[in-house]
Design a protein around this ligand. Structure first.
Ligand code: MTE
Ligand code: MO
Length: 215
């Protein structure tokens, strides 16, 4: 081989190598059940009792809306949300029916998404709406003062449809009914008295897990 041919070959191998190592191609994986010495529940340990049963959202037409009292309303595709910095945490969900699950959640921080929409100064409440007509709300400080995740993965797998694909709120320290699935809209509001689906039916507005589930 001539020197010229050798150099050409070396350069093309290098370039090919760089192209292959660029980006992340996620291969199908199975869920983790052990995480840093901690036993996790399974994606299948939930009791499915959603108000209208599982929802099947087509990701191509999906948009996450962020609106209400914001300077810059946003309409984000699935890829635009998932393309952000990923945060993970093991968090337990406790349903008022008496069952619990502890999983590894991964997603984006709600406060990062809201910051991009620039909430107006009078906004003090965050209302979330879902594909099935479900809703819930929080004091805005709950998501700005805590690392609250909007999850797209649990136990290393993409959220299955019945678990809230594309997004479920990981409402840490709150009862399960605050963990809204199939989120379609986040709305900034100045109405702390807004009542979500279960809150409007007698469940506690704060949803704090260490307090009574009834209001
Ligand atoms: N959109 C939507 N989100 C929802 C619900 C629902 O009916 N619709 N149920 C809530 C309740 S009561 C619980 S305990 C958690 C987990 O419910 P799952 O076991 O049905 O996933 O999801 C919450 N998020
Ligand atoms: Mo629940």
């Amino acid at each position: 081989m001539s020197l010229k041919a050798f150099v050409l070959l070396a350069v093309s191998l290098l370039v090919a190598g760089c192209i292959q190592s660029g980006g992340l191609s996620e291969l199908p994986s199975s869920e983790v059940r052990d995480y840093r010495g901690e036993k996790l529940s399974s994606v299948n340990d939930f009791r499915e009792n959603s108000i209208k049963g599982p929802q099947y959202i087509n990701v191509s037409g999906y948009r996450l809306e962020i609106g209400g009292l914001v300077e810059r309303p946003l309409s984000l595709t699935y890829d635009e949300v998932v393309g952000r910095r990923r945060y993970s945490k093991v968090v337990q969900l406790d349903c008022v029916e008496g069952w619990s699950v502890k999983l590894l959640w991964e997603g984006v921080l709600v406060r990062d998404l809201l910051a991009e929409a620039k909430p107006k100064p009078q906004a003090d409440t965050l209302i979330l709406y879902a594909y099935d007509g479900y809703s819930t709300s929080f004091p805005l400080s709950y998501v700005t003062d805590n690392d609250i995740i909007l999850a797209y993965r649990m136990n290393n797998v993409t959220l299955p449809p019945e678990r809230g694909f594309p997004f479920q709120l990981v409402a840490e320290d709150k009862w399960g009914y605050k963990w809204i699935k199939w989120v379609t809209r986040m709305e900034l509001s100045d109405d702390p008295s807004f009542r979500g689906y279960w809150e409007g039916r007698g469940y506690s507005q704060s949803g704090d897990r260490d307090k009574s589930m009834f209001s």
